[in-house]
Design a protein around this ligand. Structure first.
Ligand code: SF4
Length: 482
C-alpha cells in the first residue's frame, strides 16, 4: 500500500529544484578591468548557482584566482578584485548537491599540465565520469575534488602528454566524455568555449569593443555592455586569442537537444537561448495552459518569481484578472543558500507572505512552473486558504516530472518525485487544491517560440533522454549537479 503523503511538518518553499551552474569568460582587448567585468558577469548569472563562485585570471600567462563559498558579492570584496589583475578571465557560479559544497569543489579549477597552467569552469554533468575516474585512478591519477569537472581536467592533462595542439587536446577529451557540458577554459594564451554535442546546456558569445565574451546566458552581456553575437552551437569549440576568434565544428555534434527546463525555470526571463526568448516561452506556457485547463475563478496569481510570467499568460488568455496575492521578501536569498535544514526553516518564515485583502473570499488560480516533491505547493495552498481563499485551483506550466535528470539539474531520484509515485488526483488531494492540472508535453514543446519542437531534451517528463544513461548514474558521489 502506498504511504499517504504528509506535508504538514514541512516548512520549505521552492526548495525542490536547484539551479545549474553559470559560466563566464572574457578576453579583454580594450583595457577594461577584467576582474570587475567578470564579477559583473557572474552577478548576472547568480540565479544559476548560489552556493559558491570563483574567478581565474590570466596575467601575462600566469593564471591565478580566487574562489569561495557564498554569493558573488560575499566572495569578492573590492580588495580581492583589486588583487586580480590580467587580460583574460573565466568565472563560475555553482550549485552542488549536499556533500559537494566544499571549497575544493568550487570552480574554476586551476591546474598545471605539460602545456602550462590552465583553468576550467563547467556547467553540466558527465554521465561517464565515474567510469573514467575509476580508469584514471587505476593508472595512478590522483584527484583533489569529487567533481566530474576534475575528470575533464585530468583527461586534458593526459591528452596534453600526447600532443601540443590545444584544439587536438580538447577534441581528444571530447572523444571520451559523455553528457552535458558548457565549458569555458583559460590557457596561457587563449580563452576557449565548448558546448557539448547535444547542446544540453547553454553557452553564448558576445563582444564589447574588440573583446570577446562568453556566458551561459546573454543577460550577462547586458550587464557588462557587451553585444550578443550568437549561441555556441552543439559540439562547437571557439578559440579566442587576442582579437581573433576561430570556430571549430568538431565531429562531436548530434541532433540538438537543449534542456527544456531552462525555458520553464532556470534561465532568466530576459535571456534568449538558441534564438528563443525565455520570457515569451513562459508567457506562451501560461496561454496554452489556459486553453488546455480552463477553470472559473476571480483572480490569477503566480508563485513568485518563476510562476509569474506564466500567470500573466494564463490571465491574458482566460480574461481572468491577474493579481498579486503572495508577496516575496526581495531581500531574502533563495532558501537553499543555507544547506543546514534548521537555518533553511528560519529563512522560509520571512520569505513569502499572503496579501489578505486580495485573497479573501476569492476563487484563486495559482500558477507555478513545476511540482517536483509537492512540498512547495502544499505550503502555498495552505497560505492562500488561511488568508480566506474560497477556492484554490493549481495550474502548473510544465508537465508532471516523472524522471530524474542526469545532465546537471538537481531533479532527484524517482522516489522523491511526487508525480512518479502518485496520480494527479492523489497529488491534488495531498496538496489540498480544489483542482490541479499540468501543461501537456505537446504544448510545452510549442512554448519556445521560434525554436523547432524536436530540438529539446524532455527526459524528466518523458523518460526519453538524448543518450543512453548508464545504470549507476545518480548513485555516485561524482554526480554533483552543476
Ligand atoms: S532531463 Fe529535464 S532537466 Fe535534465 S536536461 Fe533533460 S529537460 Fe533538462
Amino acid at each position: 500500500m502506498k504511504k499517504p503523503l504528509d506535508f504538514s511538518s514541512l516548512n520549505d518553499f521552492k526548495d525542490e529544484i536547484h539551479e545549474a551552474c553559470g559560466v563566464f569568460g572574457i578576453s579583454n582587448q580594450d583595457g577594461f578591468d577584467t576582474a570587475q567585468m567578470t564579477y559583473f558577469g557572474l552577478y548576472a548569472l547568480q540565479h544559476r548557482g548560489q552556493e559558491s563562485c570563483g574567478i581565474a585570471i590570466n596575467n601575462n600567462c600566469e593564471i591565478t584566482g580566487h574562489k569561495g563559498i557564498g554569493l558573488v558579492p560575499e566572495v569578492f570584496t573590492e580588495k580581492i578584485l583589486d588583487r586580480l589583475e590580467g587580460n583574460m578571465a573565466i568565472g563560475h557560479t555553482r550549485y552542488s548537491t549536499t556533500g559537494g559544497s566544499s571549497v575544493e569543489n568550487c570552480q574554476p579549477l586551476i591546474f598545471t599540465y605539460k602545456g602550462g597552467k590552465m583553468a576550467l569552469a563547467h556547467n553540466g554533468n558527465l554521465i561517464n565520469a565515474t567510469k573514467i575516474r575509476y580508469e584514471l585512478e587505476n593508472k595512478g591519477a590522483i584527484f583533489q575534488t569529487s567533481t566530474d569537472s576534475e575528470v575533464i581536467a585530468n583527461l586534458i592533462s593526459r591528452n596534453g602528454l600526447k600532443c601540443n595542439d590545444i584544439v587536438e587536446v580538447l577534441t581528444r577529451t571530447m572523444d571520451v566524455i559523455e553528457g552535458a557540458y558548457a565549458l569555458v577554459i583559460l590557457t596561457q594564451k587563449k580563452l576557449v568555449g565548448i558546448r557539448d554535442p547535444w547542446g544540453l546546456r547553454p553557452l553564448c558569445l558576445g563582444k564589447i569593443g574588440r573583446s570577446y565574451v562568453l556566458a551561459s546566458e546573454n543577460c550577462a552581456f547586458d550587464v557588462v555592455g557587451a553585444e550578443f553575437i550568437r549561441d555556441i552551437e552543439p559540439g562547437e569549440m571557439v578559440i579566442i586569442e587576442g582579437e581573433s576568434l576561430t570556430s571549430i565544428k568538431t565531429k562531436h555534434n548530434k541532433p540538438h537537444r537543449f534542456c527544456i527546463f531552462e525555458h520553464i525555470y532556470f534561465a532568466r526571463p530576459d535571456s534568449f537561448i538558441d534564438g528563443a526568448s525565455i520570457y515569451k516561452s513562459r508567457l506562451e506556457a501560461g496561454r496554452l495552459l489556459a486553453i488546455e485547463s480552463p477553470v472559473e475563478a476571480d483572480l490569477v496569481v503566480g508563485v513568485p518569481d518563476s510562476g509569474i510570467t506564466a500567470a500573466i499568460g494564463y490571465s491574458r488568455q482566460s480574461g481572468i484578472p491577474y493579481g498579486e496575492a503572495l508577496i516575496k521578501n526581495r531581500y531574502v536569498g533563495r532558501t537553499f543558500i543555507q544547506p543546514n535544514q534548521q537555518l533553511r526553516e528560519q529563512s522560509v518564515r520571512i520569505k513569502l507572505n499572503a496579501l489578505y485583502e486580495e485573497i479573501e473570499g476569492k476563487r484563486i488560480i495559482i500558477i507555478d512552473d513545476s511540482i517536483v516533491r509537492g512540498t512547495t505547493s502544499y505550503k502555498i495552498i495552505q497560505m492562500l486558504k488561511n488568508a480566506g481563499a474560497k477556492e484554490v485551483h493549481m495550474r502548473i506550466s510544465s508537465p508532471p516530472v516523472l524522471n530524474p535528470c542526469y545532465f546537471g539539474i538537481d531533479i532527484s531520484s524517482k522516489e522523491h518525485l511526487i508525480a512518479a509515485n502518485y496520480s494527479i488526483e492523489e497529488i491534488r488531494e495531498s496538496i489540498n487544491a480544489d483542482t490541479l492540472a499540468f501543461l501537456s508535453v505537446e504544448s510545452l514543446l510549442k512554448t519556445p517560440i521560434g525554436a523547432p519542437a524536436n530540438c529539446f531534451c524532455t527526459g524528466c517528463f518523458t523518460g526519453e533522454y538524448p543518450m543512453k544513461v548508464p545504470m549507476h548514474v545518480g548513485k555516485s558521489i561524482l554526480d554533483k549537479k552543476c
